[in-house]
Design a protein around this ligand. Structure first.
Ligand code: PLP
Length: 402
């Protein structure tokens, strides 16, 4: 019997580092180890009750059939209303796509638009999935390192230098996973000015953490800052993070009708539509009472402050205060080159993260997974108690290094 050969698009990519980290933590816990898990990429809150009730009502009312590819009228209205609040623009249903999470929307958008040789600019550190999603869809990721000196943000100069005639997309994620970086309106203006000179470049703005923002007022969006680019911007968002709905799998994209039409054509052949129950829940989330969002942001803010203060007090580590999302990206240059009590040298962030897991039972994710080391990502989507225990254990482990 001949051996199974996966398609080259599969051999080209790797499993998501965050999914792998979560699996590793589950495995260690199953072996009886008590792990302080700071890898989590989802809110630790339960989905608010009014959203759950909307889903239960949908089941009871028999809303259990296929919907249109672009969702129920209620969901469409809720999404477009939410986007209008965010950008000041009223989009129409022909400019809307929905999918099983923002993740699926991004994947399908790339599948709908990339041909071999098309380049996608990805500022690093990046969300782990972007490069592999581009590779899986025959594109070429063009990674642009964005160091701590620019707040982990893409500058107009770096963007200009990365653009070629083959550039199809720029992916811009803010607040960023893994750094929490947010672009100020003037920074978006600067990027917009470069993009205006390159009409072949489309922009996918991943705004999944837009509601988890610690600044004043609303976070700015490229579509609002650079309206002349609106016919080239695909805004991607979803209900996972803001409403603690990761398991419901509902995301959406809003943008130019031509791109949207090709995404929806593919979507009609992929899953037809996301779950009708999740659609009812997402409509209630986006159009309903927003107090959960406000309250949870205040909880994240207190946790962020604890993480930042705690880790900056550890000799050899430093971290900027993230402006959004629920992650801090911690610089561990100061521990590279040190030796563990058992005599192993720490050469990079991967070594350090393994040492933390072994010696301190603390799980975090190495910066190498996000394309910029030596850093690690720590999530504060967990209780203050867990955060404080984690910081204390990290401090103790760092002190034990020679
Ligand atoms: N984009 C970023 C930057 C993320 O961190 C995540 C989830 O971790 C997603 C997209 C996917 O979100 P969803 O649950 O809507 O698929």
């Amino acid at each position: 019997m001949s051996e199974y050969q996966p398609a080259s698009r599969v051999t080209r990519i790797k499993e998501s580092a965050s999914v792998a980290a979560a699996a590793r933590v589950r495995e260690l816990k199953a072996q009886g180890r008590s792990i302080i898990d700071l890898t989590v990429g989802e809110p630790d809150f339960d989905t608010p009750d009014h959203i759950k009730r909307a889903a239960i009502q949908a089941i009871e009312a028999g809303e259990t059939k296929y919907t249109s590819v672009t969702g129920t009228p209620e969901l469409q209205a809720a999404i477009l209303g939410h986007v209008e609040k965010r950008t000041g623009f009223r989009y129409v249903p022909q400019q809307l796509t929905i999918g099983g999470g923002a993740k699926q929307v991004i994947f399908t958008a790339l599948m709908a638009s990339l041909d071999e040789g098309d380049e996608v600019i990805i500022p690093a550190p990046y969300w782990v999935s972007y490069p592999d999603m581009v590779l899986a869809n025959d594109g070429t990721p063009v990674i642009v390192p964005c160091g701590e000196d620019t707040g982990f943000k893409l500058t107009p100069e770096a963007l200009q230098a990365a653009i070629t005639p083959a550039t199809k997309w720029l992916i811009l994620n803010a607040p960023s996973n893994p750094t929490g970086a947010v672009y100020a309106p003037a920074e978006l203006d600067g990027l917009g000015a470069v993009l205006a000179r390159h009409p072949q470049v489309y922009v996918l703005t991943d705004e999944i953490y837009d509601e988890i923002y610690f600044g004043e007022g609303r976070i700015s969006s490229l579509a609002a800052a650079a309206p002349m680019l609106r016919d080239r911007i695909l805004m991607v968002n979803g209900v996972s993070k803001a409403y603690a709905m990761t398991g419901w799998r509902l995301g959406y994209g809003v943008g130019p009708a031509d791109i949207i039409a090709s995404i929806n054509k593919l979507q009609s052949q992929i899953s037809s539509c996301p779950s009708s129950i999740s659609q009812a829940a997402a409509a209630a989330a986006l159009a309903g009472d927003q107090s959960f969002v406000r309250e949870s942001v205040e909880v994240y803010r207190a946790r962020r402050d604890a993480v930042v203060a705690g880790l900056n007090a550890v000799a050899g580590l430093s971290c900027r205060s993230p402006e959004g999302a629920f992650y801090a990206y911690v610089n561990c240059t100061g521990v590279v080159g040190k030796t563990t009590p058992s005599g192993a040298r720490i050469d990079d962030d991967q070594d350090f993260v393994l040492y933390l897991l072994d010696a301190a039972s603390v799980a975090v994710i190495p910066g190498s997974a996000y394309g910029l080391g030596p850093y690690f990502r720590i999530s504060f989507a967990t209780s203050l108690e867990t955060i404080n225990a984690g910081v204390e254990a990290i401090d103790k482990a760092v002190r034990a290094l020679n």
